[in-house]
Design a protein around this ligand. Structure first.
Ligand SMILES: C[S@@+](CC[C@H](N)C(=O)[O-])C[C@H]1O[C@@H](n2cnc3c(N)ncnc32)[C@H](O)[C@@H]1O
Length: 571
């Protein structure tokens, strides 16, 4: 008898089935999980980082170190789950849009339009990365994902599922292609979307955008309170005659030299009445009491002829405006401020297909991080590096030491020999930091302080033998330096290394038992507090070996600290 014949089920079996049905998903998104090779690979090999020293850009030791990681972002995000858990302020990503136009590969094959699994593959790909990314955000952190019509529906449901509908901050429509897509059959698409979510909206704070050029032009006066424009103090339109508002019709007596007003005729004061250009009587906007109270800060009186004056109020605009959900402005045009900009920076045509407008990314980051002067901003679909460029740009505009972490693979840009990480993203950031020449005017653009470290993802065998644990420790230096934000090598012993940073933090890494004593000797000489990673085949941090110097060291066992994170995420 089949199990579906409920009459034969025991009470316990029925209760179990009811409980199972109760737990079943009632609303949201479902898809067929399509296994991904890069994720399966982590069962056999664990990702680590290898620094490419020749690509380091070092200009100013006091500025934060920016990071570029070349490799698959599933692996890069796994590494960051150890080094940057809960410390990222903003994530901005522009993932493949899954258009079916040979723009995105899954398990090394292009995902074609005809592929009936295409949405499932895209969702499998995105969900894995978004779950890893969520772990990296601070409670107050914000994630921004751009997308267009191909996947906006699935993405929104996926984001609601991972980040929570209650944490959705907004869905912005950006006109990035004012000409419209020429190959569309029915409508010429001219916009895309940016979805904003907070990790926990209770702790989210967003910033207002600075004024648009038009607003700044309109409100071009400024005093100690704010920018303002002048509007007539005389009423027009309805309720503007003394018959309608008798209390608002009164003479103002004005002394120009002392910039004073009175409501009584006095020597040295000229009479001003609210008359229109035809000599008709009008009324003022406020009564006498309000005018007296606000005269000094809110009223401007201008002389137009001998003993003739015009009276104005200050119409104020606060510096900044709440961002709207539709962004239409030539600055968001991805062709002029993305494609052509990248061509100029790299002095190369066909450098990169479809970069974002620098200013669209700047505005997203302004909303999410203008107030966070030391924010860490991550983009794990970095492409040509617009997000890194935008971080440097907003530091210039608003001050601050925000830093970026970019990850991108090094695939060839659309069938050309141009490799995205090495030939586009890296030189773009280098040229923005070092400055590049604006061709037409021979003018140097940028030249900024700050540096960059370049890493590639590498792998060690995952099977937990003692030999493999030792190999992981030997390859962990970059990850530990990144985690502790401590990169300046002070001493390289045979079995240990010492690093520091400009903020006085010290890091010790002990790779073998033989390194413990020489490290302790060095520690006594330096006599400062250290974070110390000490090789250990188990979870113990070898405290007994550091008894005489225990007040100077915060001990952590490697590789256990890394393995524990990998066990959780690759389970
Ligand atoms: C839409 S583009 C991002 C463009 C970027 N916003 C800009 O303005 O230049 C997506 C980028 O992600 C990269 N990418 C795609 N899949 C990736 C993966 N699994 N790991 C790392 N990078 C990936 C591609 O190389 C591509 O350059």
């Amino acid at each position: 008898m089949g199990k579906e014949n409920f009459e034969n089920w025991s009470k316990e079996e029925l209760i179990r089935e009811v409980n199972k049905l109760k737990k079943r998903k009632k609303y949201g998104i479902v898809w067929e999980e399509k296994a991904e090779k890069v994720a399966k690979f982590c069962k056999e090999k664990l990702p680590v980082l290898e620094e490419i020293k020749s690509k380091e850009i070092k200009k100013d030791d006091k500025k934060p170190v920016n990071i570029l990681i070349e490799g698959d972002n599933y692996h890069a995000l796994s590494v960051l789950n150890y080094t940057h858990r809960g410390v990222i302020d903003v994530i901005y990503i522009d993932p493949p849009y899954n258009t079916g136009n040979k723009s995105w590969t899954y398990n090394n094959d292009y995902v074609e339009k005809e592929d009936s699994w295409r949405h499932s593959k895209w969702l499998s790909f995105m969900s894995k990365r978004l779950y890893l990314a969520k772990n990296l955000l601070k409670q107050s952190g914000i994630i921004i994902v751009t997308i267009d019509d191909y996947e906006i529906g699935p993405l929104r449901l996926l984001m609601d599922e991972i980040f929570g509908e209650q944490n959705r901050l907004g869905l912005v429509t950006i006109m990035h292609n004012p000409r419209g897509r020429s190959d569309d059959k029915f409508f010429a698409t001219s916009h895309e979307y940016a979805l904003f979510y907070g990790k926990n909206s209770k702790f989210t704070k967003t910033n207002k955008l600075t004024l648009t050029d038009e607003q700044a032009e309109q409100f071009h006066f400024e005093d100690e309170i704010s920018r303002y424009r002048l509007l007539p103090f005389k009423r027009t339109g309805s309720n503007s005659t003394p018959k309608e508002r008798p209390n608002l019709y009164y003479p103002i007596y004005y002394n120009e030299k002392q910039n004073e007003i009175s409501f009584e005729q006095k020597k040295g004061f000229d009479e001003i009445l609210p008359m229109d250009s035809n000599g008709g009587k009008r009324v003022w906007r406020w009564g006498k009491e309000s005018l007296l109270e606000r005269f000094k800060t809110e009223i401007v009186i201008k002389k137009i002829a001998a003993k003739k004056y015009s009276v104005f109020t200050k119409d104020r605009i606060k510096e900044g405006r709440r961002p709207k959900t539709v962004w239409v402005n030539p600055k968001y045009d991805a062709s002029s401020h993305g494609t052509i900009l990248v061509q100029k920076i790299l002095n190369k045509v066909k450098a990169f297909d479809y970069p974002k407008s620098l200013f669209a990314v700047c505005d997203c980051l302004e909303i999410a991080a203008k107030d966070k002067k030391n924010a860490i901003i991550l983009d794990f679909f970095a492409g040509s590096g617009t997000t890194g460029h935008a971080v440097l740009e907003i530091n210039e505009r608003f001050g601050g030491d925000r830093k970026f972490i970019l990850c991108t693979n090094n695939e060839e840009n659309n069938g050309t020999a141009t490799k995205i990480a090495e030939d586009v993203c890296y030189p773009r950031i280098k040229n923005v930091l070092d400055g590049y020449l604006k061709k037409s005017k021979g003018k140097l653009i940028y030249n900024l302080p700050g540096g960059l470290k370049y890493y590639k993802t590498e792998f060690v065998d995952a099977e937990q033998t003692d030999i493999n644990k030792k190999k992981l420790v030997d390859k962990s230096t970059e990850m530990l330096c990144l985690k502790e934000d401590c990169f300046d090598l002070v001493k390289k012993g045979k079995f240990y290394q010492i690093f520091t940073n400009s903020r006085g933090k010290n890091l010790g890494i002990i790779y073998e038992d033989e390194g413990i004593e020489p490290f302790k000797k060095e520690l006594r000489k330096i006599n400062k507090k250290f974070v110390v990673y000490v090789f250990s085949l188990d979870e113990s941090a070898r405290e007994e070996e550091f008894e005489g110097v225990s007040d100077l060291v915060g001990l952590k066992p490697i590789p256990a600290v890394i393995l524990n994170v990998y066990k959780r995420i690759f389970k």
